[in-house]
Design a protein around this ligand. Structure first.
Ligand SMILES: [Zn+2]
Length: 153
């Protein structure tokens, strides 16, 4: 999925779930993190990049482990400490990364239980018109769910 679609979709999902603009911004930074750490396919050796693509950087267990670790840290500290904000930022960057991986799993394969065993379905080609239509449909779905659940509460 293109970075713009990763950021839009992740931002809409997190905003619909949290109603918090700052948390949305942290998650949008995380939404491109798994690709960003791999470096650019155009800088250096393409095949070296290709072999790393959607490997460790796209392994959900890594981010789930980090969220678990950061939430432990958050529980154990006084809320007055500025580090409380840093753990929240870290957690939402990880949430953004996890959404990135889920979004990649509908246009190719990503790791699941181990970094080497990949799963996923290819609903569309990256950068295709279908990708943008998928993103628009997913955004509308979030909006619909959000509207539906705010009627209930
Ligand atoms: Zn990716």
């Amino acid at each position: 999925m293109k970075w713009v679609n990763h950021q839009v979709l992740t931002g809409v999902i997190v905003y619909a779930a949290t109603d918090d603009m700052l948390l949305t911004i942290y998650s949008m930074a995380g939404a491109i993190f798994p690709d960003k750490v791999e470096g650019s396919p155009r800088a250096g050796n393409y095949w070296s990049w290709r072999s790393r693509h959607r490997g460790w950087s796209h392994w959900p267990m890594l981010y789930l482990g980090l969220i678990f670790f950061l939430s432990r840290l958050e529980e154990g500290q006084l809320t007055a400490l500025p580090t409380a904000d840093l753990t929240t930022i870290g957690i939402y960057i990880c949430i953004g990364a996890l959404l990135h991986i889920a979004e990649d799993a509908v246009c190719g394969k990503v790791p699941l239980l181990t970094p080497y065993h990949k799963v996923g379905i290819r609903l569309f080609k990256v950068g295709s018109v279908s990708e943008y239509l998928f993103t628009i449909a997913a955004v509308l779905l979030c909006y619909g769910l959000r509207t539906h659940f705010s009627f209930l509460s």
